[in-house]
Design a protein around this ligand. Structure first.
Ligand code: ATP
Length: 329
């Protein structure tokens, strides 16, 4: 049987990270504490998460799902290494266009102030802004995964195309902007963190907590046409809330699933790992003819265990675990 295909349509950014004891004032030059580069961007991070969480570290070419990255890079000193790195993780990059005409790969310049641990980030979208608003998903896609670091029109056109083709759709609306109604209609999976949930629901961040009426918040998305709503609440104590159209139809409330209790080192890419792990569970379920219903609790628990590994490591893509590094339930 062919493997189910997850297509991740989104951004590829190179992270240029400078650590500094303090941020220089205007006109001042400081010697930094250190410099590193890394591959990132929500699209690429989620593609890597999908690939690693369906593969063992020792055999990236053999996975339980096929992962296709769709996006764009420029012709510059970064793009070749970036695509090679994705390939080494088992991601198929035939859907990533290399744009000429002087266009550059997306770059995030990140300044980390060591004393406070605070980040200052400047993103130059470059080629990500030039992804074309036309159907781009590969033939045979089972699940299409979108974020919002490429133009919204690209997401709308491709989500529309996916739904028309019977492809399941997951939207992780980050960075969040108000979304048109059509994106919610027939949407398979909406995965949001607290602040994204607040913005989309027109509420304040304080209104999205484990103690607030998250069933009512999710019910509003379900009424607009979403089948599964997942709200990640961050820490282990708070966990992940989910609600589904099926539960709502039976007048059941949403559910909270606990996250992993772990020693947190760096939460970068935690959300992207969660999305990737959950997407793998969804795609595998769609491809399995013996399973009648999707086990949402198991999918979220797997995603929590995977993201729980990411937060124990420094870095973005480098922190995302392979499936054999995720602890058993
Ligand atoms: P980011 O933008 O940092 O990638 P996010 O804000 O989109 O993340 P969060 O809700 O902070 O997403 O975290 C996503 C998931 O990562 C959580 O649902 C959980 O599984 C895991 N996670 C995050 N923080 C912690 C923590 N402190 N302890 C254990 N797990 C965590």
């Amino acid at each position: 049987m062919p493997l189910p295909i997850i297509a991740v349509l989104g951004s590829l950014n190179v992270d240029l990270v400078t650590r500094t004891p303090r941020v220089p004032s205007a006109g001042e030059t400081l010697i930094a504490g250190g410099f590193s580069t890394g591959y990132g961007g929500k699209g690429a991070n989620q593609a890597v998460a999908c690939a690693r969480l369906s593969r063992r570290a020792a055999s990236p070419s053999a996975g339980t799902v096929e992962v296709r990255m769709v996006g764009a890079v420029g012709v510059d000193e970064f793009s070749g290494g970036f695509l090679d790195s994705l390939r080494r993780d088992g991601v198929d990059v035939r859907g990533v266009r290399t744009l000429g005409g002087g266009e550059r790969t997306g770059v995030a310049v990140i300044v980390v102030e060591e004393a406070s641990g605070e980040n200052r980030i400047l993103v130059s979208p470059g080629a990500n802004d030039r992804v074309e608003a036309r159907p781009l998903l590969p033939e045979g896609t089972a699940l299409a995964v979108f974020q919002l670091e490429v133009p919204l029109e690209v997401v709308l056109v491709n989500a529309r195309d996916a739904k028309a083709r019977g492809v399941d759709v997951l939207v992780n609306p980050a960075p969040a902007v108000p979304l048109p109604d059509e994106l919610y209609e027939g949407l398979g999976h909406l995965v949001v963190n607290e602040s994204e949930a607040a913005l989309l629901a027109g509420k304040s961040a304080e209104e999205i907590t484990p103690d607030s009426d998250l069933t009512a918040v999710a019910a509003d998305f379900i009424r607009r046409g979403v089948k599964n709503v997942i709200i990640t609440l961050g820490s282990a104590e708070e966990g992940v809330f989910y609600h589904t159209a099926a539960r709502q139809a039976e007048a059941l409330p949403g559910k909270l699933v606990a996250a992993q209790k772990v020693q947190v080192v760096d939460t970068t890419a935690a959300g992207d790992t969660f999305v990737g792990a959950y997407a793998v569970a969804v795609a595998r379920n769609r491809a399995d003819p013996t399973k009648t219903a999707f086990d949402m609790d198991a999918a979220i628990a797997f995603a929590n265990r995977a993201a729980g590994q990411t937060v124990q490591r420094k870095g973005a893509q480098s922190a995302i675990p392979w499936v054999d590094e995720v602890p058993e339930a």
